[in-house]
Design a protein around this ligand. Structure first.
Ligand SMILES: [Zn+2]
Length: 96
């Protein structure tokens, strides 16, 4: 049995990496948590995504050159992240 789930996971991870590279998603430098800053430059991200596909970049190998598949994935993953690092938003625990 082929594991489509694994491939889906790889595509998801690749899309997250592309989103991070293009600024659609950010990673908190303190907590290493990924969040969605809500500053969409989707056109710029599309260009970068297209460039990676055209270059057959190893990062997007699991998309088999399917640019629209990657773009769809980019759009959908951004909705799944919080608007800011959840840990930065949390007030520090008072040391009792
Ligand atoms: Zn943080």
């Amino acid at each position: 049995m082929t594991s489509g789930g694994e491939r889906e996971e790889r595509r998801h991870q690749a899309a997250v990496q592309v989103a991070l590279r293009t600024g659609l998603l950010r990673r908190c430098s303190i907590h290493d948590a990924i969040f969605d800053p809500g500053q969409y430059d989707f056109q710029g991200a599309s260009m970068t995504a297209s460039f990676l596909i055209n270059q057959s970049d190893a990062l997007v190998a699991d998309f088999d050159g399917d640019r629209s598949l990657l773009l769809e994935r980019l759009k959908s993953i951004c909705k799944t992240y919080p608007r800011a690092c959840p840990q930065c938003n949390q007030p520090a625990q008072p040391a009792s």
